[in-house]
Design a protein around this ligand. Sequence first.
Ligand code: SF4
Ligand code: SF4
Length: 362
Amino acid sequence: MSNVYLSRFSGKHKSWLTKTEELFERAGFASLISPGDIVAIKVHFGERGNTAFLSPLYVRRVVEKVKAAGGKPFITDANTLYVGARSNAVDHLTTALENGFSYTTVGAPLVIADGLNGKDYVAVGIEGKHFKEAKLGSAVVHANAMIVLTHFKGHELTGFGGALKNVGMGLGCRSAKQMMHSDVLPEVVEDTCTACGDCVEWCPTGAIAVTETAKIDSAKCIGCGECTVTCSFGAIMVNWKTEPRTIQEKIVEYAWAAVKEKPGKVGYVNFVMDVSPDCDCWGWNDTPIVPDIGIAASLDPIAIDQACADLVNDTLGIVGRLERVDDPDKFGHISGIDWRPQLAYGEEIGLGTRAYKLVTIE
Ligand code: SF4
Ligand code: SF4
């Protein structure tokens, strides 16, 4: 059984920022950091137009705690697969600045984990059902320790977006995200292809040939996703349709890969606030489905996500946002997805346990 520490938002006279600091202490995060450690603080900088992402105010308090423990923190995320305002480091850092993240506001440098164009990754070997290696943003692989700060909310592919999603999908490089998102092979949109040949250069299996347009040999293609990331004309289609259980298991394998080389060096904090029905990757956000609940911290990514899902399900919903305010499976009914497989699979591979003890901090 794992401890999940919870500081509820309700109650006056104590800042939610102070509660963040107290949780860091009570969850024992200072002991994860040795003097001189380079510490990745994993966040989501928020898509341009979205306002539900975690405020840099909270991030700054964690930065100060990491520094007090002797660590050298940096704030990080990896580029997105989809073409938005965070698909390369220039756009990503610009969006982060627009959303209030800078050295001045958070007190630490911002580093895009997989580099300028999503190709700075390290392949970490794993013995998973879906992957034998995980392509993770190099900055995080090389960091000594990691604190994962997650805005806990709904998600259209995984039911909810918690610590597992933040680490697993979030730290995969761009082509890794393609591999997690899709079980089918990419397709060339012939009308859009300019026959520039860039994708040929990056294809690891020689599956692409360019005549009048690019053509993919499905017998040779391994679905690595490099071509979808490389094509700057959007001529190689990203297929987002995949079976929900499969994508959950793939994300969990990536989360496992991201932390397996850092035993005893990773802590998770979930902020159960502004619980919007969809993820923060959209350029908008909807009103929350439940009132703000609190901040949770744990050393176990499975336990903390299970506890936060339970907290949302045990809290009366906001009138008008759900068919039933006492819906016992709010994320399941909003997304139409069973979110439990990610937790069950994470437990199966030894990433953590669904059995938790909730320790409430006053
Ligand atoms: S990179 Fe894109 S535009 Fe260029 S050949 Fe490949 S598919 Fe066509
Ligand atoms: S997905 Fe990978 S293997 Fe398949 S065509 Fe694209 S680059 Fe080549």
